[in-house]
Design a protein around this ligand. Structure first.
Ligand code: HEM
Ligand SMILES: Cc1cc2nc3c(=O)[nH]c(=O)nc-3n(C[C@H](O)[C@H](O)[C@H](O)COP(=O)(O)O)c2cc1C
Length: 508
């Protein structure tokens, strides 16, 4: 039988050298784990000697801690009679129970992806919004992802008989109703519902594919169980290679994972100021163990910032043959931002690449994703014709997706929009992808069939029809696209005039 732990006993273990926390009624010794926590040690220290359930539950599925933490660190169960009536630690912002769901608009009033974001700001905590929404530094690249797409025009052709249209495609053997996938987002439970589990189920119901991330909120086996047939897996190469190896073997054995996307654009996590500011405020509001994390890398203590601990910054191209030796699954490199790196990935025998600046969360001022696609068109079109080229970053409209497919992408990923849709659970996720038919009773109790506003399928099909395309993957062509307004932004391979200045002696 599990040892019973009084709350007063738990409270004694509140130092960095002797740290216990309670999560969902169980007590854990996290002295060693705190330093290894992928979300950073600060958050664990804050809850030392106390109940961390509400913060833990906001970011993680219930079984993650029981599965990920070795049994020898499971101390026992909290004696409920000894718990303080009200949690002593935690703020309104942090408390998942106190999300402002009552202010949220009804799902049938949501008609585009920006509506999902607006609705989420009404229902999610400030911390969750900051974590999801933030880009790096000034959010310049995050916002430029969208503005670049907005500066690309369509060139509609008419009289093409667009009565029926098809948007279907395949990707590494996976069948997709739309050339769209859910981009990997660590800690998806921050967006609501059951995070990755809900995304997996929603993707399947909508006929697309979900790519789940190394830092998922739920154990991989549970995400795979929630995945009926097909998924993609995003890999951050761990400093402890054995952990990456175990994850890849698990994906291989699942029979459901169709490809591995190894993310390389964030060898370290960038400076996310919105995230850091919220976190700083919370530290002031919260009691608990004082954090001991010091030094330059703390930079305000944002949650995302500190989650890089496990990612190996020494990764280079030799990781591709290493991965190849471990799995026969297709390997894609996620985070390609230049034609030069696209060529290397091609020459290393990768099966694909993801043109991505991490939704503006990697280098601020990195190029907008759609412009990287144009750079490949300009400098290495052979890459586009010989491997799968996925793209993500700022895609919010069906027409954006049509533009990328016309410029040679195989599929388009969306990150934040799906996280925001989680405020509405699986129905929200499905609403992004597919239309839903519902029977309702009107005021006079007459049964009526209504079509809930659909988003991406409707927008993609509408853009196709208005441009004169009937089969997206067959008809898509740059002739439907006018890129004049952004063409001057596509760089030459070498800088046109600036030269590296070599100084042969000090000027001091
Ligand atoms: C064995 C147990 C745990 C594991 C395996 C784990 C794992 C993770 C992972 C993978 C991330 C994602 C990092 C990223 O998004 O890049 C994360 C973030 C985070 N974790 Fe944990 N964690 C555990 C326990 C805890 C506990 C006990 C707490 C509460 C005190 C906690 C609170 C958080 C928070 C607040 C984040 C920040 C990002 C977010 O909101 O998703 N975690 N953790
Ligand atoms: C909250 C959040 C977490 C993310 N986590 C990861 C991750 O763990 N691994 C990864 O490769 N990309 C991650 N990304 C980047 C996404 O995969 C994707 O590149 C980006 O969100 C696309 O831009 P969009 O959000 O504008 O659609 C994350 C993005 C967000 C917003």
């Amino acid at each position: 039988m599990s040892k019973s732990v009084e709350f007063s006993e738990l409270a004694k273990h509140n130092s960095v050298d002797d740290l216990w926390i309670a999560v969902n009624g169980k007590v854990y010794d996290v002295t060693k784990f705190a330093q290894e926590h992928p979300g950073g040690p600060d958050v664990i220290y804050e809850y030392g000697g106390s109940d961390a359930s509400s913060t833990y539950n906001e970011a993680h599925g219930p079984s993650l801690i029981t599965k990920a933490l070795d049994a020898k660190f499971h101390v026992g169960s909290i004696d409920p009679k000894t718990s303080p009536k009200k949690p002593e630690i935690g703020t309104k912002e942090l408390d998942g129970e106190k999300r402002k769901s009552e202010e949220r608009p009804s799902l049938d009033s949501i008609i585009n992806l920006d509506d999902f974001e607006r609705a989420a700001t009404k229902s999610l905590s400030e911390k969750a919004i900051a974590f999801i929404g933030s880009g790096s530094n000034d959010n310049f690249t995050r916002d430029a992802n969208r503005s670049a797409l907005n500066n690309i025009w369509l060139r509609p052709r008419v009289m093409k008989n667009v009565k029926t249209v098809s948007t279907a495609t395949t990707l590494f053997g996976a069948k997709l109703e739309l050339p769209v996938y859910i981009s990997p987002t660590g800690g998806a439970r921050t967006g609501g519902a059951e995070g990755e589990l809900t995304l997996a189920r929603g993707a399947a119901a909508g006929g697309i594919i979900h790519c789940f991330a190394t830092p998922s909120s739920y154990p991989y086996d549970e995400i795979l169980d929630a995945t009926p047939q097909q998924a993609l897996f995003q890999l951050y190469v761990n400093k402890d290679r054995a952990q990456s190896e175990a994850a890849i073997r698990q994906m291989d054995a699942s029979g459901k994972v169709k490809a591995i996307l190894v993310t390389v654009d964030t060898p370290i996590v960038s400076k996310r100021e919105a995230d850091e500011r919220v976190k700083s405020n919370e530290v002031i509001a919260i009691g608990g163990v004082k954090t001991t994390v010091t030094g330059a890398d703390k930079k305000g203590g944002g949650l995302a910032r500190q989650s890089s601990g496990f990612i190996d910054p020494s990764v280079d191209w030799s990781i591709i043959p290493w991965l190849r030796g471990l799995t026969s699954l297709p390997v894609l490199v996620k985070g390609i931002q230049t034609a030069a790196d696209a060529r290397i990935a091609h020459s290393m025998g990768c099966d694909g690449i993801v043109l991505s600046n991490h939704g503006g969360r990697a280098a601020d001022h990195a190029p907008p994703a759609i412009l990287i696609l144009l750079e490949l068109q300009k400098h290495c079109p052979e890459v586009l014709s010989s491997m799968e080229v996925l793209v993500d970053g700022g895609f919010r409209r069906g027409a954006d997706i049509v533009k990328a497919i016309c410029l040679g992408a195989s599929a388009v990923g969306l990150g934040r929009s799906f996280l925001f849709s989680l405020s509405y659970g699986q129905q929200g996720v499905e609403r992004i992808i597919e239309s839903k038919f519902l029977w309702i009773f009107d005021m006079t109790l007459v049964k009526k069939l209504i079509i809930l506003p659909k988003v991406l399928r409707d927008e993609i099909e509408t853009a196709m029809r208005l441009c004169g395309m009937t089969d997206l993957m067959r008809d898509a062509h740059p002739r439907f696209i006018n890129t004049n307004r952004v063409d001057q932004l596509i760089p030459e391979e070498e800088h046109p005039y600036a030269r590296k200045i070599v100084r042969d002696k000090s000027r001091l």
